[in-house]
Design a protein around this ligand. Structure first.
Ligand SMILES: Nc1ncnc2c1ncn2[C@@H]1O[C@H](COP(=O)(O)OP(=O)(O)O)[C@@H](O)[C@H]1O
Ligand SMILES: [Mg+2]
Length: 225
């Protein structure tokens, strides 16, 4: 599904040049559940943002299926993201002024009509166990519920690929486990998942794990499931 070839990402500021991604070669098959680990600053988020096309590589090639994503303009990339990707973040990133169901609906492309929108939103909330929270606002929910709402927003459009950056980083053990069970369930239903985590036990729930250091992949291991 995905092929990264010699991907580099350099950040240049006035004083310093940082190499966030040095030379990444990575192939990801449809149906994988990949965990990315490594110390703070090693490039995990940059890699995930590059995979999500919200960050452009400085060099290298990103193939998605048989498409070279460098050939897409901003509008085409936005369309690609909307149809194909779902994002989950450590800090949930829900909009405080919107209800949970309005937040979840943000994950849908505009083309859906009212009836289908409502059905999709209800289905996604049901799937993550927050069906009865639609009219609440984010601050009225626990952290675990907020992250499940964020997952509902990510999956409401039926994305093929889910990108999660430390999705359990702000959660206690029990809520973190719930989020992991939801991700594992989505993967079992066919979604490809790429997840950054600091938790070895959560990485063990993935099918494969890569370790990064200084912008490079330094180890890769498949888990026996
Ligand atoms: N927008 C940016 N401008 C300059 N440097 C950045 C920017 N984003 C990330 N970096 C640098 O790139 C490196 C990798 O960052 P990041 O991908 O966020 O690491 P991780 O997610 O593994 O903690 C770090 O050295 C970080 O300081
Ligand atoms: Mg990060």
């Amino acid at each position: 599904m995905i092929q990264l070839e010699r991907i580099q990402r350099r950040y240049v500021t006035d004083e310093v040049e940082t190499t966030a991604l040095a030379d990444i070669d990575l192939t990801i098959e449809a149906g994988e559940f990949l965990a990315i680990m490594g110390p703070s600053g090693c490039g995990k988020s940059t890699l995930l943002n590059t995979l999500g096309t919200v960050d452009r590589p400085s060099a290298g090639r990103y193939l998605f299926g048989d498409r070279d994503l460098a050939t897409l303009d901003e509008k085409e990339l936005a369309q690609f993201r909307g149809q194909t990707l779902g994002f989950v973040f450590q800090s949930f990133n829900l909009i405080d002024e919107l209800t949970i169901e309005e937040n979840v609906a943000l994950g849908l492309a505009y083309r859906k009509n009212g009836g289908e929108r409502r059905a999709r939103v209800a289905g996604a909330m049901d799937k993550v166990g927050i069906a009865h929270r639609g009219r609440h606002f984010p601050h009225q929910l626990s952290g675990g519920q907020q992250q499940r709402a964020a997952i509902a927003r990510a999956i409401v459009g039926d994305p093929r690929l889910i990108l999660a950056d430390e999705p359990t980083g702000n959660l206690d053990t029990e809520n973190g486990q719930q989020v992991m069970n939801i991700l594992a369930g989505l993967n079992a239903e066919g979604a490809t998942i790429i997840m950054v985590t600091h938790s070895p036990s959560h990485a063990d729930m993935a099918k494969r794990r890569i370790d990064m250091l200084d912008g490079r992949i330094v180890a890769s291991a498949a888990h026996a499931i």
